[in-house]
Structure formats: structure tokens, C-alpha cells
Write a protein that binds this ligand. Sequence first.
Ligand SMILES: [Zn+2]
Length: 81
Amino acid sequence: MFEDETVDIACPKCGFQNSILVREIERHAETHIVCQGCKVGVKVEASEFQHRLNEINDEVEAMQVEARQKSPKPRKGDFQI
Ligand SMILES: [Zn+2]
């Protein structure tokens, strides 16, 4: 689900990929994490990930549209002889 989507934040110091929940980024303009590789503090700006967040939103919308299209429609009586 959308809330569990994560993005990988590469540590500027050691390059370790830190996974952060998208909802954590969206909640604040800036998010501060501690790199799991070298324990340095890393600042994550939400604006840097706006493009990715938009992509995720688009994916969610596409899934919702698809789900709607798959739901069975009631048939009209067009095929009666
Ligand atoms: Zn690091």
C-alpha cells in the first residue's frame, strides 16, 4: 500500500542506502535520519523527492482506475432475442 512505500536515501558520506518510509518524508519539509552504515546524520528534504512522490501517487491512481475497470458491470438487456 502507498503508506508502506519506501525510498532509498544514499548516504553522502558512505553511500549506504537507507530506506525511509515515504510517509515519514511527506510529513515534514525536512527529515533527519541517522545513516545505518556510518551513523552520520543525514538531512532529507522532501522537495528532493517530490518527483518520486508524484510517481507513487500516479501509480496508486492507476491501480485504483484499474480496480474500478475490473469490477463487473451490470449487463443491460441488449442481448435478448
Ligand atoms: Zn553513511
